[in-house]
Design a protein around this ligand. Structure first.
Ligand SMILES: [Zn+2]
Length: 126
């Protein structure tokens, strides 16, 4: 007997997330059919095809994009403002340091006070 199995619907009559009630119809002792009712408002659906099953309306929970690897992609403009391209960025074996803000930074940080490092400054002083 599967009549009482709970099936989630989004009722087309009352608009609520509800359950489908299957109510067997008997002619004497003979089952002649089922009434398909909304548990919330009692709306009767003429046939199985008219029942707004929730699964049909629901977007896929697990999308391909959710599973994709978290890869950091920098826009061209953003990449140019990375700390490692900044004149204030100093790197030594132990720390990556911002001269301007006197704080530790990451090479991939970006900063509103970014000032582009010139080719000249990039070379170690002789
Ligand atoms: Zn309803």
């Amino acid at each position: 007997m599967k009549e009482n199995k709970a099936v989630e619907i989004v009722c087309s009559a009352c608009g609520k997330e509800s359950l489908l009630i299957r109510k067997p119809q008997y002619d004497g002792f003979k089952k002649v059919g089922e009434l398909l009712l909304c548990a919330a408002c009692g709306h009767a659906y003429p046939s199985e095809a008219d029942v707004p099953f929730k699964a049909q309306n629901k977007p896929k929970v697990f999308d391909e994009s959710d599973r994709g690897p978290q890869v950091k992609v920098f826009e061209a403009g953003e990449a140019e403002k990375l700390c490692r391209h900044c004149a204030s960025y100093v790197v030594n074996p132990f720390v990556q340091w911002c001269h301007r803000h006197k704080r530790e930074v990451e090479a991939t940080d970006s900063c509103a006070d970014f000032s582009p490092r010139t080719e000249k400054e990039e070379k170690p002083p002789l």
